[in-house]
Design a protein around this ligand. Sequence first.
Ligand SMILES: Cc1cc2nc3c(=O)[nH]c(=O)nc-3n(C[C@H](O)[C@H](O)[C@H](O)COP(=O)(O)OP(=O)(O)OC[C@H]3O[C@@H](n4cnc5c(N)ncnc54)[C@H](O)[C@@H]3O)c2cc1C
Length: 400
Amino acid sequence: MTALRALPIDNAGNEGPVDEVAFLAEVRAFLAVELTSDLREAGRNTLGVHADIDACRIWHRRLYEHGWIAPSWPKAWGGTGWTARQRFLFDTECVRNDAPVLFAGGIRSLGPLLIEMGSPAQRARYLPSILSGENLWCQGFSEPGAGSDLAAVSTRAVRRGDRYVVNGSKIWTTGAHHASHMFAIVRTADGEKRQQGMTFLLIDMASPGLTVKPIIGLAGDHEFNAVFFDDVEVPVDNRVGPENDGWTVAKRLMSLARSNNTPAALVGRVLRRTALAVAAAGEALEPSVRTRLAGLQIEHEAFTRFELDALPSGLAQAGPGMTPSMLKLIGSELHQRVAELAMAVAGPLAAADLSVVGRPDLALSDGARATAKHLSVRAASIYSGTSETQRNVIARQLLG
Ligand SMILES: Cc1cc2nc3c(=O)[nH]c(=O)nc-3n(C[C@H](O)[C@H](O)[C@H](O)COP(=O)(O)OP(=O)(O)OC[C@H]3O[C@@H](n4cnc5c(N)ncnc54)[C@H](O)[C@@H]3O)c2cc1C
């Protein structure tokens, strides 16, 4: 990592030393051809945690066909073999070019978990279709009454022969209406500690008895859902790890997912668009808006360098500690402040009609996009662990 610290990282296209020039040229050449204008448009219009699902599927396929869909997976399993620094550069380049944000629970979370903890049969069965994008995976952890306090999960699975029979419900399940499969934690026993007695299952969304109901978000978009299980049968072979030890598996999955995330790139997307809007507005804007933008750009630069220093160099290093919590906390709150500034830049136009949100056939005005993004990004300090719970983790580590 020492050499990396000396490298320039900025949003203006500066390149690193010679050994990275060829890599960046290759990435840029690929994006110039494969990232067509409709995909860029879908990337720009992203409000929530992923782009329009059709654009996601097309972009996923193109990356897969080029061998670039799973940058963090080991090469032997279909990964790219890139260093953490290359992954970072690739993500940054995708942001600069408005690539669609993928619906990537399989690539980012489940794939790395199966490589580490799945059975040989599970790897053979699921990894190829995660890579190709044929199967999309959603995450079934949260339940009514079990969010930050995940150990309160009460969806129950009872074993009958070679099957589990699942009853209960999950909530806030992003993309359950697009996904072919769900990875979930369910209760299989009432242990002395609540964390004991949970089991990690892989569930086919087409299973009889499974129902998905939409939940409409603050911006008017349909991204997450409630999922109901009514005697849903899941083969015992679809259990990852031992029965009643799903907590360990789920914790590892969350740790891997956080390590495969690049929050600075996500924030950079909104910041870049806001800076373009400020430039376009010219003198019409109050000077204080420019000052706020400059402040956020400096914070983003510092955050980017922090993230770069913190990047694990491989799956094995994705471990506990307070750094993932710091990245999540700083990234999501910075994201929200940038989205607020974008609303200020839009001015009165931000009071726009949001009825076109979720209608890919209708273009969002800049004002509507700024407002919808602001409303959507409120969720960033809630999903994947709320800001309060991240602060708890950091405080525990700092104070012992
Ligand atoms: C956009 C979005 C997408 C999501 N996608 C998914 C998904 O795909 N799959 C999935 O399983 N879940 C998903 N979630 C759910 C998310 O993980 C939960 O919302 C989150 O864990 C918080 O749980 P909760 O909503 O039950 O709130 P609660 O846990 O009830 O929290 C309510 C408030 O109390 C605070 N609080 C709770 N405990 C403490 C504490 N110990 N100390 C201090 N403050 C505390 C919280 O910070 C929060 O402000 C998603 C959520 C959102 C918003």
